[in-house]
Write a protein that binds this ligand. Structure first.
Ligand SMILES: C[S@@+](CC[C@H](N)C(=O)[O-])C[C@H]1O[C@@H](n2cnc3c(N)ncnc32)[C@H](O)[C@@H]1O
Length: 321
């Protein structure tokens, strides 16, 4: 049978519980028969229940991401696309490749990029800027210092839109208030490919539509017909580093003023979410703020943290030592 291949469209979905119509319909498109093509894709071997469980365990152990039975089609499509690229047609054989002690790590780095969802955009959640201004800068009278000296951590930064949005907002805010911007951002993610895109800081115009025009004009440079690059002075404020949240305690920095972790927790089970939030609490300085995506964590209590009620945001403040 002849097949045609198209890129999968990924959206933020809950991989633990969610059914994902985009991926499922894309999968159908990937395997939809077409005529008049002069090539074909090899059929993959079957993946039995026991092997599926082994893959699920491996992915969860290494990334924290739980793939439910309902999302088996997601796993199969991601694995099979990669396996076709390296000409393997057996899921067990590929499992052995990524577990190979000598060279499995290199293949795993590629696969992990395929298994993670990097859906993101500039200015994704504007309310966090107001939260930072009202609940942190103004309440701590930071404008009186004539300089803004904040350390920010963007956790699960994907291709850079979140940390660059923060960098742009801070720069503009300081300019408007005539104060010296000394703010720096650590941005981390598990995907090396996403981090490479982020470090480049070059985005097609279609990915910049959310940014208010004056920010685009001031803080980006048009590179060609439809690409814009974040200006170097802002790019230099953001340090992109690989960090797997399964090793969150290995992150060698501390005393953050602000930690932003949005649309990342949804991939993890409750136990891991709690472990991560407890770790973030320790990474904040007293008074520091943890900002999550709305609805991403319910029922979390921590002796050092207090909940912040600000518009529709989900945020906590480290109130105690
Ligand atoms: C949907 S994106 C969110 C991007 C951005 N925070 C936003 O809200 O626009 C989720 C990101 O979490 C990252 N991620 C998933 N599991 C991770 C892990 N175990 N450690 C670090 N990053 C992880 C993915 O690679 C992906 O880039």
């Amino acid at each position: 049978m002849l097949y045609n291949s198209v890129d999968l469209v990924m959206t933020d979905i809950d991989p633990i519980n969610g059914t994902d119509t985009d991926i499922d319909s894309s999968l159908k498109r990937v395997t939809a028969p077409v005529s008049n093509t002069s090539w074909h894709l090899e059929e993959m071997s079957e993946m039995g229940e026991a092997l599926f469980c082994k893959w699920v365990e491996l992915v969860e152990l290494r990334t924290g991401i739980r793939i439910s039975e309902m999302r088996k089609s997601f796993l199969l499509s991601k694995l099979s696309i990669r396996m076709r690229e390296i000409k393997i047609d057996d899921y067990q054989q590929y499992f052995d490749v990524v577990n190979d002690k000598r060279c499995g790590q290199v293949e795993w780095e590629t696969l992990v990029d395929r298994l993670t969802v990097h859906e993101t955009r500039f200015w994704r959640d504007e309310s966090i800027f107001q939260l930072i201004e009202k609940e942190y800068i103004e309440k701590n009278n930071l404008l009186n210092n004539n300089r803004l000296d904040l350390q920010v951590w963007s956790v699960g930064c994907a291709t850079g839109e979140e940390p660059y949005s923060l960098a742009v907002w801070f720069e503009h805010y300081c300019t408007m208030n005539n104060i010296d911007n000394r703010q720096g951002i650590h941005a981390t993610d598990i995907s090396l490919a996403a981090l490479a895109t982020a470090r480049e800081g070059l985005y097609p115009q279609s990915r910049l539509t959310n940014i208010p025009e004056h920010y685009l004009n001031y803080y980006f440079t048009k590179k060609n017909k439809d690409k814009y690059k974040i200006n170097d002075n802002l790019k230099e404020r953001v340090c992109f580093t690989k960090l797997n949240l399964m090793d969150v305690d290995s992150f060698p920095f501390s005393d953050f003023d602000i930690i932003v972790c949005q649309n990342v927790m949804i991939y993890f089970d409750q136990e891991l979410r709690i472990k991560l939030l407890n770790a973030f609490a320790d990474y904040l300085k007293v008074g520091g703020i943890l900002i999550l995506g709305a609805g991403e964590m319910l029922g979390w209590n921590h002796p050092k943290m207090e909940s912040l009620n600000f518009q529709s945001t989900l945020a906590f403040q480290r109130a105690y030592e």
